[in-house]
Design a protein around this ligand. Structure first.
Ligand SMILES: O=C(O)CCC(=O)C(=O)O
Ligand SMILES: [Fe+2]
Length: 334
């Protein structure tokens, strides 16, 4: 685990293996590194996270096989309504830049989204406020192996996110387990995104994904190092390229974590740029993006350890579910 800060313009890497192995002092050290990264850019990469590479590879293989299907096959599980974040979304349906009020053409990407895989008959998952956070998943008929792979990957992400939230509690001087009852019915989603090769050039101003911040508590991304990749905004206004390795995840915090910490931590703008024209034909890129979202009824209000006694909170309290609906609706233009 690096002790010094990241080089300017880079994203720090944190090895979680000593924490997961219970090495004394490892959680405190990781907490310090996380606090530093979250104050500076809100982005870090993690290795030693305990998610088997074979599960990641299988999930990616199944996803690629789905996106290779003819369009009418994919359209059988098309997303039913804009804010209904389940199923397939075609290229050109969503504009992430609009979540921040920017006028922008739609993103050059297609995706398949699922939500929680372990719901039950408990009324919590079925009452009106639960919608669309616990809307039923829409699974494709093919490929056969997609559902088991996505289900296992979703569970692995929920576990890893809970480990990270526990480290967030350490980083923020909160009691152990502080976040546990706020995320025990987390309603995040797994969005698997295919950025097709850009054989037809993008429109003016069109990106693979427009500049945006993420909505929830944290995002865990397994990306590919391809032309036209993830870029993170720097305080000086420039953009740095994040070059992921196959064994690492990129982790970034979303708006709710910034609001919860009274802006001690930053939810930073990022985007997915277009490949250079010369590389466009071979630039297909697949991302597995897990958006962790606290329980829909968790109230996000300034954490006690993030505010001096007389300092007013900078954000009015809001539930996790209400904040997310607002962002989803903007991304889809209503
Ligand atoms: O594909 C990526 O690298 C990032 C995608 C992203 O930021 C998002 O979908 O929120
Ligand atoms: Fe994002």
């Amino acid at each position: 685990m690096p002790d010094s800060g990241p080089a300017p313009g880079s994203v720090p890497a944190i090895d979680l293996s000593p924490v997961l192995a219970g090495v004394p002092g490892a959680a405190a050290e990781a907490g310090r590194a996380i606090d530093r990264a979250c104050r500076e850019t809100g982005f870090l990469t993690i290795v030693g996270h305990g998610v088997p590479l074979s599960l990641i590879q299988e999930t990616r293989r199944q996803a690629n096989a789905f996106f290779d299907l003819p369009r009418p096959e994919k359209a059988r599980i098309a997303r039913a309504a804009p804010a209904f974040n389940r199923g397939w979304g075609a290229v050109g349906e969503e504009s992430l830049a609009k979540t921040l009020g920017a006028a922008a053409p739609p993103d050059y990407k297609e995706y398949l989204s699922i939500g929680p895989v372990d719901t039950s008959d408990d009324p919590y998952f079925h009452r009106p406020e639960a919608f669309p956070h616990f809307a039923a998943n829409r699974w494709p008929d093919a490929p056969d192996g997609l559902r088991p792979a996505f289900t296992a990957y979703f569970r692995a992400m929920e576990r890893l996110a809970a480990d990270l939230m526990e480290l967030f509690a350490v980083a923020l001087d909160l009691p152990p387990g502080f976040f546990a009852d706020k995320i025990d019915r987390q309603c995040g989603s797994l969005r698997v995104i295919n950025y097709p090769a850009q054989t037809d050039g993008p429109e003016d101003g069109q990106l693979r994904a427009g500049a945006h911040t993420d909505y929830g508590s944290l995002t865990i991304l397994h990306a590919e190092d391809r032309p036209g990749g993830l870029q993170v905004r720097q305080p000086d206004g420039g953009w740095i390229d994040v070059r992921p390795t196959p064994d690492s995840f990129v982790v970034n915090i979303g708006d709710l974590m910034a609001m919860w910490t009274n802006d001690r931590w930053v939810s930073t703008l990022h985007r997915v740029g277009n490949p250079p024209r010369a590389d466009a034909a071979a630039s297909r890129r697949l991302s597995l993006v897990f958006f962790h979202q606290p329980n829909y009824d968790a109230l996000i209000e300034c954490l006690p350890s993030c505010r001096a006694p007389n300092e007013p909170p900078r954000h009015p309290p809001i539930t996790s579910g209400a904040h997310r609906l607002r962002k989803l609706n903007r991304a889809n233009d209503y």
